[in-house]
Design a protein around this ligand. Structure first.
Ligand code: RB5
Length: 144
């Protein structure tokens, strides 16, 4: 599974921490920026990650900004992308089991590094339940 990572300046430090964790866990990864704490616009980075995740079926994305809110707002504008803003382990698990999210969004100024790593591990390891009611609800997100 390939993991695409992106952040703005508010999430840069956490994105770097998560990148090291992803490497250590032996996933393939691509860091789509930003590459310093210099201020940048989160919609530009979210777009990069969403386009890659859409092209690369089965891949996952991680988007970090100060709160995770801006990143999730942008990512959910991309048809077919389901981005989940998570703040605890239960949300990360449900984002996969019930919502079949491909992208996890986090707030670098909201959760600590330990929680961020735990959420990412759960997010990458948990499969969509595939239960009929969840398949139906996920289809309805796309208006199908
Ligand atoms: C940047 O200061 C901040 O607004 C951004 O990182 C994010 O929290 C937006 O949702």
């Amino acid at each position: 599974m390939h993991v695409y990572l992106g952040s703005d300046h508010g999430g840069y430090r956490m994105k770097e921490t998560l990148k090291e964790w992803v490497k250590g866990a032996c996933y393939e990864l691509t860091d789509l920026g930003c590459f310093s704490e210099e201020a940048c616009d989160y919609p530009d980075i979210a777009k990069e990650v969403c386009e890659k995740v859409k092209q690369d079926r089965g891949s996952r994305g991680v988007l970090v900004c100060g709160t995770g809110i801006g990143m999730s707002m942008v990512a959910n504008k991309f048809p077919g992308i389901r981005a989940a803003l998570c703040a605890n382990e239960f949300m990360a698990q449900m984002a996969r089991e019930h919502n079949d999210a491909q992208i996890i969004c986090m707030g670098g100024r909201v959760v600590d590094d330990a929680m961020a790593k735990k959420m990412l591990e759960i997010f990458l390891k948990t499969n969509f339940s595939g239960e009929e009611r969840h398949v139906r609800r996920v289809r309805k997100i796309e208006g199908r």
